[in-house]
Design a protein around this ligand. Structure first.
Ligand code: A3P
Length: 296
């Protein structure tokens, strides 16, 4: 097992009030100027909300099922990561996108206000996946251990506090989910919940297909649900990040596809942490109509 020493990890840098890693800060000028095309589809999430899952669902839908492309090309090559700079053998997201035929799928973790203006000018469709903050917190903590480009998470207690204060890469979960929620009706945005997909994947895949303008027969939807189930994606080298350069995500340390559940937070939060979390949650979410489920 090779753990990256703290000294080699990237620093957090402020980009227009949002903490990002230093390499994203450096490339951000190019990201801002990115020219979206009208048929680009953006998948936007806070980290650990089920991005990779939704990418696999969307790509399978638009290809009409599980094609050769889906079974032979790693997810991160099919769906470039907009704000990621060149790392190891992987070109920067903006460069990968330049050479990609349309219609393109584009991944981002940016909060709404940092998304390049061209996506809105061109009226692009966006799918936003949101997941409850407690499970995100746990998932993000473990993700830091296998992701050498992120700063060191510190102890569980340290990370718990950093997350609540928004001092983590891509910023405050509260601002992210409410920011996207508030603009969902102003643009072509489909707001989807991780917990809903887990509870009723057939319904949610159909909903995403309808939004993307595809009509799929029942058999194809079933095939997509099976292909994108946790166990299938965990064993699939195209989706389990085993093809990702290890300088970005190193699954030799522990799997990217970790648990895929709702409620794992109960195994990690202390009673005091849960209380503290609930108080902060009530304060931060008092004015929004957005509701999450932390158990099914
Ligand atoms: P856990 O760490 O809780 O297991 P992202 O792709 O945004 O980084 O999200 C990763 C999280 O989504 C991980 O959560 C991962 O296991 C979970 N995930 C990925 N594919 C999934 C699937 N098919 N079903 C359920 N959860 C999935």
């Amino acid at each position: 097992m090779v753990l990256t020493p703290d000294s080699e990890r990237q620093r957090i840098c402020d980009v227009k009030g949002v903490p990002l890693i230093s390499s994203m800060h450096e490339i951000f000028g190019r990201v801002e100027k990115f020219q979206a095309k009208a048929d680009d589809i953006l998948i936007a999430t806070y980290p650990k909300a089920g991005t990779t899952w939704m990418i696999e669902i969307m790509d399978s839908i638009r290809q009409g099922g599980i094609t050769k492309e889906i079974t032979t090309i790693p997810s991160h090559e099919r769906t470039p990561f907009l704000e990621l700079s060149s790392m190891g053998t992987l070109p920067a997201g903006v460069d990968l996108l330049k050479d990609m035929p349309s219609p393109r799928l584009v991944k981002t973790h940016l909060p709404f206000q940092l998304v390049p203006q061209s996506f809105w000018d061109k009226g692009c469709k966006v799918i936003y996946v949101a997941r409850n903050a407690k499970d995100i917190l746990v998932s993000y903590f473990f993700f830091h251990k296998i992701t050498p480009i992120l700063p060191h998470a510190g102890t569980w207690d340290d990370f718990f506090e950093s997350f609540l204060s928004g001092n983590v890469v891509w910023g405050s979960w509260f601002d992210h989910v409410t920011g996207w929620w508030d603009v969902r009706e102003k643009h072509q945005i489909l707001y989807v919940f991780y917990e809903d997909i887990l509870q009723d994947p057939m319904r949610e895949v159909e909903r995403v297909a309808r939004f993307l303008g595809h009509t799929l027969d029942n058999g194809t939807i079933q095939e997509i649900v099976k292909h994108t189930s946790f166990n299938m994606m965990k064993d699939n080298p195209m989706t389990n990040f085993s093809r990702m350069p290890t300088c970005i995500v190193d699954v030799r340390i522990s799997p990217f596809m970790r648990k895929g559940q709702v409620g794992d937070w109960k195994n990690h939060f202390t009673v005091a942490q849960n209380q503290r979390f609930e108080e902060e949650y009530r304060r931060r979410m008092a004015k929004t109509s957005l509701r999450f489920r932390t158990e099914l």
